[in-house]
Design a protein around this ligand. Structure first.
Ligand SMILES: *[C@@H]1O[C@H](CO)[C@@H](O)[C@H](O)[C@H]1NC(C)=O
Ligand SMILES: *[C@@H]1O[C@H](CO)[C@@H](O)[C@H](O)[C@H]1NC(C)=O
Ligand SMILES: *[C@@H]1O[C@H](CO)[C@@H](O)[C@H](O)[C@H]1NC(C)=O
Ligand SMILES: *[C@@H]1O[C@H](CO)[C@@H](O)[C@H](O)[C@H]1NC(C)=O
Ligand SMILES: *[C@@H]1O[C@H](CO)[C@@H](O)[C@H](O)[C@H]1NC(C)=O
Ligand SMILES: *[C@@H]1O[C@H](CO)[C@@H](O)[C@H](O)[C@H]1NC(C)=O
Ligand SMILES: *[C@@H]1O[C@H](CO)[C@@H](O)[C@H](O)[C@H]1NC(C)=O
Ligand SMILES: *[C@@H]1O[C@H](CO)[C@@H](O)[C@H](O)[C@H]1NC(C)=O
Ligand SMILES: *[C@@H]1O[C@H](CO)[C@@H](O)[C@H](O)[C@H]1NC(C)=O
Ligand SMILES: [Cu+2]
Length: 325
């Protein structure tokens, strides 16, 4: 909403440019036909190592910050994008009546297109496409996105953990109630009040694989993806361009928290190196170690591995935000 119309179009055009360039890693991810898909393939491939463990690598910390950085570099260097990467500030939408639906983010001309068409019976989809853990309240879509710049374009992989080529229309399934959990003041405030990275990560990633356990990160994914859309799927969510605006804001939240006590927090990292280990041991206990600044993060084969320390200081990556929380 803070970009000019022209800037909005420039961004969308750059994303479409990535979506039309050939993929560079079909030998690795057979379904990654286009350059945009390389990033989706990478996310599918790394999901089990980057979610619900801060660690090897971390969801919000390190791994997604570097993914965002690589994606922005591709937009700039390969598609001539000259603007900054936009973020989606959820708090401006969360409590508005129909806030999610009414967000300028979904503008059919200058934004990312809107909701999927309503599909009542989700049994038409493969079981792996549909969230089985819980029922998303007040879902409103579930079918193909039919408006905006991505309506005519197929997602190459997913929905799910496979990197095989399986083209299908982009699905969204907005849920306003769920989305509002992103910013009820409790959620953002508790996150910003986290005393160290251990708590910060927990406050962003959530308290359990339940609806009430969702926080900002899950709220954005499930608010857009609902019961069946791309954004809902832990593996293939990066097939929806909205993924990158959501994760830019997750990164902004982390950066906002870091600069409140910069000298300490530019080096503060912890969390399990194993998925679903404490504090994300929702069903059973799993052995783990805490990650450190030396813990490696992998982007094979898209980019060389790095260590967490390399992405702690976002200023040294040559970017900042116009405003912080
Ligand atoms: C962005 O837009 C919001 C709402 O329209 C406004 O409150 C805010 O000040 C703007 N921020 C900047 C950095 O222009
Ligand atoms: C990552 O992708 C490669 C190539 O498709 C595959 O061999 C490997 O099993 C994948 N790893 C995971 C964890 O999905
Ligand atoms: C991928 O999903 C299938 C079906 O849900 C499951 O059987 C398989 O274990 C999953 N593989 C990985 C690497 O998560
Ligand atoms: C999208 O995929 C569907 C189903 O595979 C196919 O019928 C359709 O032709 C594809 N559309 C485009 C534009 O590739
Ligand atoms: C805010 O959301 C959390 C879960 O994300 C929930 O536990 C809490 O009750 C909500 N508070 C309000 C005031 O809606
Ligand atoms: C949450 O959204 C409401 C309504 O837009 C806003 O007044 C409030 O400041 C937001 N809370 C936070 C913590 O950003
Ligand atoms: C998770 O780990 C904590 C700390 O070790 C432990 O107290 C708790 O019982 C564990 N929860 C489960 C479900 O195993
Ligand atoms: C990991 O770090 C957290 C937070 O400092 C701490 O509570 C936990 O005991 C540590 N776990 C291990 C296995 O060292
Ligand atoms: C940031 O900019 C400086 C100065 O132009 C450059 O030396 C450095 O390589 C850049 N860092 C990254 C991560 O691009
Ligand atoms: Cu995510």
């Amino acid at each position: 909403r803070n970009l000019t119309r022209e800037q909005q179009l420039d961004y969308v055009d750059a994303v479409r440019c990535l979506q039309n360039k050939p993929g560079e890693f079909t030998w690795y991810w057979p379904g990654a036909k286009f350059r945009f898909d390389d990033f989706q393939g990478l996310h599918i491939n790394q999901t089990n190592f980057i979610h619900y463990c801060v660690g090897a690598p971390s969801l919000l910390a390190s791994w997604h910050r570097h993914l965002m950085w690589l994606y922005e570099q591709a937009l700039r260097n390969e598609c001539n994008y000259r603007g900054a990467h936009p973020y989606w500030d959820w708090t401006l939408d969360a409590y508005l009546p129909d806030g999610l639906t009414k967000s300028p983010l979904w503008d059919p001309e200058y934004g990312l297109g809107g909701n999927g068409v309503y599909v009542a019976d989700l049994d038409i989809y493969p079981k792996t496409w549909v969230v089985q853990l819980f029922t998303i309240p007040e879902r409103t879509g579930g079918g193909c996105v039919t408006t905006g710049p991505f309506a005519q374009r197929n997602v190459s992989m997913g929905v799910g953990n496979s990197t095989a080529y399986d083209p299908h229309c982009l699905h969204r399934d907005f849920s306003n109630v769920l989305f509002a959990q992103l910013n009820n003041s409790t959620v953002i405030q508790e996150t910003m009040d986290s005393s160290n990275h251990w708590w910060l990560d927990r406050n962003i990633e959530g308290y359990g694989l339940t609806l009430t356990g969702q926080r900002s990160h899950g709220g954005g994914h499930l608010g857009i993806g609902g019961q069946v859309g791309e954004m809902t799927n832990r593996w293939s969510s990066a097939g929806d361009p909205a993924f990158y605006l959501h994760h830019a804001n997750v990164d902004r939240l982390w950066a906002s928290w870091q600069i409140k006590d910069w000298s300490t927090r530019k080096c503060d990292i912890s969390g399990p190196d194993t998925q679903f280990a404490y504090p994300f041991n929702f069903t059973k206990d799993i052995p783990y170690h805490n990650v450190t600044l030396q813990t490696p993060l992998h982007f094979t084969p898209l980019a060389p591995s790095i260590i967490i320390e390399d992405v702690m200081d976002f200023y040294s990556l040559n970017y900042t935000y116009d405003t912080f929380y």
